[in-house]
Design a binder for this molecule. Structure first.
Ligand code: PSU
Ligand code: MN
Length: 303
């Protein structure tokens, strides 16, 4: 394992001492946000984790090796380099054996976090069941990975570029508890609501940590999705987003975008066409997720 995995010394020490550690993904840096906001946000997110008392471990593949914990220089590299792969689970052996550079999706980040021994992972939004999946079969490997790997994922819910109802059904099929933090409605990334109720609700980091301990101590392997609603002052109402999403989906269809390009295409299209507002919401929600995720990691490490 060690030939494929490099754990940052600070992360390693924290893990050995049982201190709280939070994993962070890198696809959002290389493929989810424009430079230089991507680098500023990645560094700010690490700072949020530290302020809440945990050690951040941003995860990526660097010259064919999985890194759990990046230096600021490495984060800057991923924010600007043009030849960075978007690496989901199926791409890992190729990118590693070819000694390439990869920004990891939720699925790949979770797997590397698990290899390193990190149990709590913070992201913006997870991949899911796409609209029209009945015929395209486009279901993110994030969901199958969540079904088998025991790393909790904190996100702002599921972005409505996806079919949120089908995504919730798929999470249920895979036995993945879905908990919304502090409210009954399941959030949809930019919006605090999605039109779907949350399957479960918990109101404190301690209660979420207790659920994680109960699940994993019973041998119930797999993830838990913790949906943390975007802060109210940064929310974009879903009707407004829906218009942009419809236009983005039409553009993807016209350009015959398929496979792993679908999600980055939709994310970029929507970001470009909503300009500042959606980017600011994105930054606010991921920082908020980092704070809540670190609080959960602190409670989890305590007991
Ligand atoms: N959804 C978002 N923001 C993101 C992603 C999804 O709202 O940045 C990224 C994550 O890295 C996620 C990946 O793991 O896209 C899912 O890609 P796919 O649908 O190709 O599995
Ligand atoms: Mn897909």
């Amino acid at each position: 394992m060690n030939t494929f995995l490099e754990i940052h010394p600070e992360v390693k020490e924290a893990l050995e001492k049982g201190k709280p550690v939070v994993a962070l993904e890198s696809t959002i840096i290389s493929h989810g946000m424009p430079w230089p906001k991507n680098v500023e946000t990645a560094l700010a997110v690490e700072e949020e984790v530290r302020k809440a008392g945990a050690i951040p471990a941003t995860i990526a593949i660097f010259n064919g090796k999985c890194y759990a914990g990046l230096s600021a220089e490495q984060i800057r590299y991923f924010g600007q380099a043009k030849d960075v792969w978007k690496v989901s689970l199926r791409d890992m052996p190729y990118v590693i054996s070819q000694r390439l550079y990869g920004a990891t999706t939720v699925a790949a980040t979770m797997r590397i976090a698990a290899m390193a021994g990190i149990r709590i992972f913070v992201t913006g939004g997870i991949g899911g069941v796409h609209r029209g999946a009945e015929s395209s079969m486009d279901i993110s490997a994030d969901l199958t990975e969540m079904g088998q790997t025991s790393v909790a994922v904190v996100s702002a819910g599921v972005k409505s570029i996806l079919d949120i109802g089908l995504t919730l059904e798929y999470l249920e099929t895979k036995g993945i508890p879905v908990i919304t933090y502090g409210q009954d409605a399941f959030p949809s990334f930019y919006s605090r609501r999605s039109g779907y109720p949350s399957p479960l609700r918990l109101d404190s980091a301690e209660a979420i940590a207790a659920l994680l301990h109960a699940k994993w101590k019973m041998g119930l392997e797999g993830s838990v999705l913790i949906a943390n609603p975007v802060p109210a002052e940064r929310e974009i109402i879903s009707d407004e987003m829906e218009i942009h999403i419809q236009i983005a989906l039409n553009a993807a269809r016209e350009k015959n975008i398929s496979g792993k390009e679908v999600t980055p295409f939709l994310l970029k299209y929507i970001a470009d066409h909503t300009k500042g507002e959606s980017l600011e919401a994105n930054i606010a929600l991921i920082r908020h997720n980092a704070r809540v995720g670190a609080e959960i990691a602190v409670a989890f490490a305590a007991g």
